[in-house]
Design a protein around this ligand. Structure first.
Ligand code: SAH
Length: 327
């Protein structure tokens, strides 16, 4: 919902300002249409139905994976593709994976989104409309900004969405923003005091390899990025999650695990998530289960907290790094 336009439209219709709140409350609870908004006068429901689309995004396609993951391909009014994913876990959690941009201006070599055309930043309302799309199907309690785009390059809109997500049942503490290590964004997030989780896509324990995988490392090298993460941890007292996608023969050797452990001090400031690589049409192969287990063991032997990420939605190309709408 374009919330500015809603407010302007209600104004023009001479409606009291509390109508904004009424409409928003219905949307946040998953309303599919104005007719459901029973505290609005019938004639107003009808006018809004005619004048104001319920969403800034239109649904073009939705696919469901065997594991209950759903991927939606949505489109902005100016024609840009946006993908969003809803994941269901066995413990009942439902987590939304939201996009902050259509496409991505960065070109990490292993990620499918980086190979599509970058269109533009999404607005706050376009981000929220991804969540509202899934809210109309069922409630969710977690969100991660791990869809298309680099959230730290569009932080105002992302934080604007974070302000409103709690109305849908997704608190800031259950929201994570993932970054390639865009330092100005990390610093602004820290200064904002918004209690969302910071996640860093690290992927390599030294600069040369990291730069080869992620060009952005040339601009913001490892040591400086990790300093920004330590400052975030010091200010918020929350662990920074380190994402590490496991690439066979590239970043999964024993010595690399030890090098990673050396970087992550103090230990309490970080937690590592090892991510099984999801195939894209890149040159990489994912590390085997055994290699991931050995890497995990090496990190744990150094006192590093580590989990292996569950992969959801691989059969519909909805998993990490597979979001690339045919634009
Ligand atoms: N630009 C931000 C937000 C996107 S998050 C960031 O990079 O953090 C998407 C996550 O999926 C990142 O950790 C990214 O490195 C990871 N990823 C990218 N391609 C992947 C792939 N093919 N398999 C598994 N994870 C991948």
């Amino acid at each position: 919902m374009d919330l500015e336009l809603l407010s302007r439209t209600l104004d023009e219709l001479g409606e009291p300002s509390y109508r904004n709140q009424q409409v928003w409350a219905w949307l946040a609870r998953g309303a599919h249409a104005y007719v459901e908004m029973s505290d609005l006068p019938k004639p107003l429901q009808a006018v809004l139905e005619q004048r104001l689309p319920l969403s800034t995004l239109t649904l073009e396609q939705e696919v469901r994976a065997r594991d209950g993951t759903a991927k939606a391909l949505l489109r902005t009014t100016d024609g840009h593709p946006v993908e969003a994913v809803s994941m269901r876990y066995r413990d009942g959690r439902r987590s939304l994976c939201l996009s902050s941009q259509s496409g991505c201006p960065l070109a990490c070599t292993f990620c499918a989104t980086g190979r599509m055309r970058f269109a533009r930043n999404l607005s706050r309302d376009e981000i929220l409309d991804q969540a509202l799309h899934f809210r109309r199907q069922e409630p969710a309690d977690h969100a991660v900004f791990m869809g298309m785009g680099e959230p730290m390059m569009n932080l105002d809109a992302v934080l604007g969405a974070c302000e409103l997500l709690p109305a849908l049942g997704i608190t800031n503490r259950r929201t994570a923003i993932s970054t390639v290590g865009w330092i100005p964004g990390i610093e602004r997030l820290t200064a904002s005091g918004v209690p969302v989780r910071l996640a860093l896509s690290l992927h390599a324990p030294e600069d040369a390899l990291r730069s080869a995988l992620m060009e952005v490392n040339e601009r913001y090298p490892l040591a400086e990025v990790l300093d920004a993460c330590r400052a975030h941890n010091a200010a918020t007292r929350r662990r920074v999650f380190v994402e590490y996608v496991m690439l066979a023969g590239i970043n999964d050797r024993y010595e690399q695990a030890l090098a990673l452990a050396r970087l992550l001090s103090p230990r309490e400031a970080f937690k590592v998530n090892l991510i099984p690589y999801n195939p894209t049409d890149s040159l990489y192969h994912g590390s085997s289960r055994d290699a991931i287990a050995a890497f995990r063991g090496a990190l744990e032997s150094q006192g590093v907290r580590v989990t292996v990420r569950l992969t959801r939605g691989r059969d519909i190309a909805a998993a990490c790094g597979q979001l690339a709408a045919a634009a």
